[in-house]
Ligand binder design. Sequence first.
Ligand code: CA
Ligand code: CA
Ligand code: CA
Length: 215
Amino acid sequence: MRTIRSFIVGVLSTFALVGVARGQVIAYEGMWFNDTFGSQGGVYFVGTQDGSDVSMYVDIDGNAFGGTDPDPITVVGTIDGTGDLVLSGSNPPLYDSISGTITAGGVITVDLAGAGGFFPLVEVRGTLTADDMNATYTIYTSGPGGLAVFAEGRMEATRVCLADIDGNGVLNLDDILLYADAFVSGGDAADMNKDGVLNLDDIITFAGSFTGGCP
Ligand SMILES: [Ca+2]
Ligand SMILES: [Ca+2]
Ligand SMILES: [Ca+2]
């Protein structure tokens, strides 16, 4: 255990000193509110930008889509010549396809098709800033005359600084040591992408957040 801790501290210290990380990491954490059914749960987004490539880790918690707590998904995108993030991909069986844009100005227009295996379409519309994310969502079902609104709700999330483990607003060696301790002891604080597993992805994400700094 001591060896693993030393290794992690060594790797993270090198990242911090040299300023090398795979990409810049930005995270938001908040809640979804289903205004139709009065239900709610947590939302968690971790975006990693590496050049023009963006990978977004999205976890929705609670009784979403009328079922159980959905597993986290990864959405990938590319930043085009105008600075807009163009999303594409699929994460079956939860979403057959995910498409849309987050413009350079922070306007979110994303459609999830085949969401939950029951709903043909979920529209997400909102805004993303350096500090927060606010969006509405509309879940459609198939009606006799075509798509019909099944439920409407909101998502509200604020920027969080993943690497500031002690939450004191400053990134320094203390955070690296605390992260290494949390990782070795299997603590939740080390699970940067909240997928319930501690692995190299978490260390890379921590390093990206650390070197990218916090707002
Ligand atoms: Ca979940
Ligand atoms: Ca700190
Ligand atoms: Ca993890």
